[in-house]
Design a protein around this ligand. Sequence first.
Ligand SMILES: Cc1cc2nc3c(=O)[nH]c(=O)nc-3n(C[C@H](O)[C@H](O)[C@H](O)COP(=O)(O)OP(=O)(O)OC[C@H]3O[C@@H](n4cnc5c(N)ncnc54)[C@H](O)[C@@H]3O)c2cc1C
Length: 413
Amino acid sequence: MIVPRDMETSKVFEAVVIGAGIMGSSTAYFLSKKLGNRVALIEQFDFLHRRGSSHGDSRITRLTYPQEYYTFLMKTSYELWSEAEAESGLNVFIQTGGLDFASKDTPAIHNVIAAAKKWNISHEVLTPAEVNARFPTITLPENYIGVYSPASGVLKASKAVGMFQNLARKNGCHLLDNANIVEIAVKKDSNGEEIFEITSTTHGIITAKKCVITAGAWTQKALDKVQLRSGKLSLTLPLKPRQVTVCYWEVAAPEKFSGINKTFPVFICYDDKYHVYGTPALEFPNLLKCCSHEGPNCDPDKRDFYPGVQEIENEVAPLVQKVFVGISPKPVFTESCMYTMSPDEDYIVDQVPGVQGLYVGAGGSGHAFKMGPTIGTMLAGFTVNTYKHFICICKFTEMVICLKLLGWFTQTA
Ligand SMILES: Cc1cc2nc3c(=O)[nH]c(=O)nc-3n(C[C@H](O)[C@H](O)[C@H](O)COP(=O)(O)OP(=O)(O)OC[C@H]3O[C@@H](n4cnc5c(N)ncnc54)[C@H](O)[C@@H]3O)c2cc1C
């Protein structure tokens, strides 16, 4: 926990961000660029803990998406990641190239190609033989197509979250960890403006003019702590925390699975039978990371951390055996992680309806890490009132904020 000396004397923060995963840490950074030490980032556990969604060594980043609005947003994200790397002097992105694949009759793979064409994303559509010629350890079935994208790669997850926290701190942001927020009371100040009295377990009451909730799988629990003057906030978001299993598979020829020198790509299988993705052998030189997107719903405070045997046996192991040459039949070890799923797997990024100055970023749905800085700029933009048009458009429409509703996603390239 880093508490600058002026913390006690800072009477009212301009903005407080609750939850220091990738969404909250990047939001705090972008806010701190404008607001300096009038911002605080608060985390219930240690910074960079392993109980949420943003920890670990690798997340896939890519411009290729079946939804063209995400391809569009990712163009901005790539720029923001690279600016943050330059400012911090850290390297958190490893460009490995990426392979999206699926059987030819899978609509998502054709949507990936259409979105890449629309936004001029460099890509190659490959036959299984062409994929195998480039990556001898990948053997796609005959009825599959591959889409290779050179821009894809790996983001070093925990290092990247730490990077945004450190950049925010350099701008004066107050970083408080092991501080669980137990109540967010919405009050009026002497000028009649809304203010938030945020009660934490370790820092008493922290007062702020704006409050951003980026609490990942705990988002609903955090919203349930909002106390309006008229009583408890009644807002149920359609979010479902999901426990997923990260699997590492031993490979016989590590040099052929390495992400270095583009010998092996990050990969995603869009086939209806296999919602599976993975990264090259980077964390451990002889272990390929390959996981399922599926898993059971969970309560983030009562997880069992057990591996998802069903997903491994029914989905990941069959795909691994079908597609990769020289790989172990079972994972040699597994880790547990969490997604926060929205019904359509789109993120929720908006103002809480009816509560001026309260914002939420959530529903990462297993694909928000790469978009962290874009979501951070949006939330910071709402908070400092530079993105008013977003607020008009996405007002918890049907209880799910659809970034796709934003008019500018439909503009032509
Ligand atoms: C195994 C796995 C693989 C993934 N792969 C990819 C990938 O390849 N590419 C990609 O783009 N995305 C990927 N994702 C998804 C991505 O990592 C998540 O969407 C993203 O990290 C979500 O970040 P977040 O900030 O919303 O949530 P979190 O990282 O969970 O952060 C929320 C934080 O809020 C804190 N908090 C909650 N309640 C309180 C409170 N009351 N007081 C204070 N603090 C609180 C929590 O402790 C937590 O630290 C993957 C996720 C997993 C689990």
